[in-house]
Design a protein around this ligand. Sequence first.
Ligand SMILES: Cc1cc2nc3c(=O)[nH]c(=O)nc-3n(C[C@H](O)[C@H](O)[C@H](O)COP(=O)(O)O)c2cc1C
Length: 379
Amino acid sequence: MPVTVQGICHRWLILLRASPVDPMRGYNRRLSSPTESSLPMYTLARQLLFKLSPETSHDLSLDLIGAGGRLGLNGLLCKAPAKLPVTVMGLEFPNPVGLAAGLDKNGAAIDGFAQLGFGFVEIGTITPRPQPGNPKPRIFRLPDAEAIINRMGFNNLGVDHLLARVAAAKYKGVLGINIGKNFDTPVERAVDDYLICLDKVYAHASYVTVNVSSPNTPGLRSLQFGDSLKQLLADLATRRAELALRHGKHVPLAIKIAPDMTDEETAQVAQALIETGMDAVIATNTTLSRVGVEGMEHGDEAGGLSGAPVRDKSTHTVKVLAAELAGRLPIIAVGGITEGKHAAEKIAAGASLVQLYSGFIYKGPALIRESVDAIAALR
Ligand SMILES: Cc1cc2nc3c(=O)[nH]c(=O)nc-3n(C[C@H](O)[C@H](O)[C@H](O)COP(=O)(O)O)c2cc1C
């Protein structure tokens, strides 16, 4: 169905009529008492959305946020965050709280997310060619743990489609484009896919994120180690130098890493980033660990775990990076921010910016402002 006002109303009607029999009963008990972070309106919307399968509710939310953005309505949904300007990677951010990659993989709702108050928006992960991702179901909610397990597998419509969405967006703020490899490109040829994407997105991105940390593309995480990482980063740096000349601008490159490395491995990544002239590191992607969700429904699903259970692991990675980098490269922290104070913890651990994903699903847009306020209180 095309995304028109009528279409949106129709979808809301479907939502309102959704079965009152909710498999997430335990969660709904908690929904009756909204937390500080969730506005009553979002609490109601979430109650309705959580009656649908995670992927259906994801698609519907994206449609609604996108349509709200096109109509310029999303700013009315929540109080705008305070201004908290910060300059990182040579870019100016109105506030340090961004949207993490994966929520808007195809750039379908860039204006909509920006209007909710995010200080920057990261879209992707995008691959050179469109691909369907893994079979459904492939997202699972673990509400008692404020967590999600996903094994989406980079389902996306391809880089050309994404660029058309970027061109259609009115947003003029900081836009990150997160790039990856197609599932059927052998990992030894992964660099080819990253370079294809880098070439195409370069002129349109404020920064480009190189995703080497998704657990759902076989072999991808091996690119985080040793010579594979150094070679990939060196090739990206060489191509970036050519692109900078061609386009007359330096687009920062950020590398997104997993929380599942040893401290020594994380420190080695930090050194490789410095040596190859990268501009930032994003810590972290989802974890393969199941600590914190053992015995829960869906707790043993394959995929990456995000939300509250990854928080401490992620923050630990930020601390290890901060010690190793000693200010030479900024850190963008993501993982388990479900309350404002967690965003402040990430900044205190050494990050310059933060991103939200699972916390945004559980707490809604109010978490953006709450995070900005908590970070502002550190100053
Ligand atoms: C359903 C889902 C899809 C995701 N897809 C991507 C992706 O395509 N690329 C990426 O770099 N990270 C992706 N992520 C990881 C998030 O960007 C983030 O790094 C991770 O979830 C930890 O943050 P959180 O605890 O706030 O969710 C995804 C996460 C989820 C839950």
